[in-house]
Design a protein around this ligand. Structure first.
Ligand SMILES: Cc1ncc(COP(=O)(O)O)c(C=O)c1O
Length: 373
């Protein structure tokens, strides 16, 4: 039966939606194995925790399986109470999200008006741009290098239209961190009604580097109520598939986020797993130590002409390869190692490599040295 056709996209969707490019995630392992006819491929492209989830989280999920016919607790009461105790803040300072990505979108939706803009340094997480673009909001990015954002350039980019200024620390994909003094300078330059979003998706990894000065977003929030801290259970807590993260902010901001949130956005299994994972400090510390060991190995052992492995306080490192990175990415794929090419960030000679388990790092370092020799 012939189906009637919809009018063309131009007649259906507004221009800012037609112009969107969907987020390009790293290549799935199954796809690569199918394409190359190989098995045992290793993905070090999405900054996941190679140690997996905490056994405590797995037990909590198993115990809750019999309740999945019921809607989740929309307020996330138990998880918010646990986070409040863990972070030493009131529960009214906390909002849950389906990953911290969800909270970024909520922040734009709730706070950035049609004539306002999001400001962020270049070489940041690509979702910042997407969150603004999906809402049709202006996105302004200022200078940065793999060693960090240009703080003066960011401050010079602030205008009366700036509503959200977003920084990542440790930053993805560079691994660079911000200091409290740098954050204080940005806050001093922001208009009173603008917010500074500090994305700390890799927060617990940085704790493994106590000798490197880096800001703690909660300390900044205690000094200035315009700070919004975003954290996630997707990285060190090993719960990426469950989609759960949180925002810590002044109760006024949390109240506003509550107005745009989709009902029941964080499922029961995500809530119980996150609460149990939060309790497993041993798993977090082991994962952070693994991250540091991996970064130190990459920096010490990956060599080649023009090659620089940048410092990182996260569970990945940005590598300047000194040549077009596309053919290197392909050569690594043929060795069954999936890394992240950085052309979409405007870094066509760079790769980003996530830290794998210790025994897998032999293979990652070996393959990198091979193709970079
Ligand atoms: C810097 C940064 N922020 C936020 C996220 C979002 O993570 P999620 O939505 O899984 O919490 C990621 C994930 O890669 C990230 O690297």
């Amino acid at each position: 039966m012939a189906s009637p056709h919809l009018p063309p996209l131009a007649a259906l969707a507004p221009a800012h939606v037609r112009d969107l490019d969907a987020y390009q995630p790293g290549k799935p392992i199954e796809e690569l194995e199918r394409e190359l006819g190989i098995t045992g491929a290793l993905k070090v492209a999405s900054n996941e925790n190679p140690l997996g989830p905490s056994p405590k989280a797995l037990a909590a999920v198993a115990a809750a399986l019999g309740t999945i016919h019921l809607y989740p607790d929309a307020a996330g009461h138990a998880l918010r109470q646990a986070l409040a105790a863990h972070l030493d803040v009131g529960p009214d300072y906390l909002a849950l999200g389906a990953g911290s990505n969800d909270l970024l979108y909520q922040l734009v939706l709730a706070l950035v008006g049609p004539d306002e803009e999001m400001l962020t340094p270049a070489l940041g997480f690509l979702s910042y741009r997407l969150a603004a673009a999906v809402a049709g909001r202006r996105f302004v990015s200022t200078a940065a290098t793999p060693l960090g954002a240009d703080v003066d350039a960011l401050i010079a980019g602030i205008t009366p239209r700036t509503k959200l200024c977003v920084i990542g620390t440790p930053n993805n994909p560079t691994g660079a961190v911000w200091t409290m003094a740098e954050v204080a300078r940005v806050l001093a330059a922001l208009p009173p009604t603008a917010l500074l979003v500090i994305d700390e998706a890799y927060y617990d990894y940085a704790a493994a580097w106590p000798e490197v000065e880096h800001v703690d977003g909660l300390v900044a929030l205690r000094r200035d109520p315009r700070v919004v801290v975003l954290r996630t259970f997707s990285k060190i807590y090993g719960l990426a598939a469950l989609r759960v993260g949180y925002a810590v902010a002044d109760p006024t901001v949390i109240d506003i986020l509550g107005r745009v949130v989709r009902t029941f956005h964080v499922g029961t299994l995500a809530q119980v797993a996150a609460k149990a994972a939060l309790d497993d400090r041993e798993h977090v510390q082991r994962s952070a130590a693994l991250g540091r060991r991996g970064i130190e190995r990459l920096r010490a052992e990956v060599r080649g002409p023009g090659v620089v492995v940048y410092p990182s306080l996260a569970n990945f490192a940005l590598i300047e390869t000194g040549r077009p990175a596309g053919p290197l990415y392909d050569a690594l794929l043929r060795r069954g190692v999936i890394v992240r090419p950085m052309a979409a960030w405007g870094l066509p000679t760079c790769l980003r490599v996530s830290i794998a388990a210790d025994d897998q790092m032999d293979r990652v370092v070996g393959a990198l040295c091979d193709v970079l020799a």
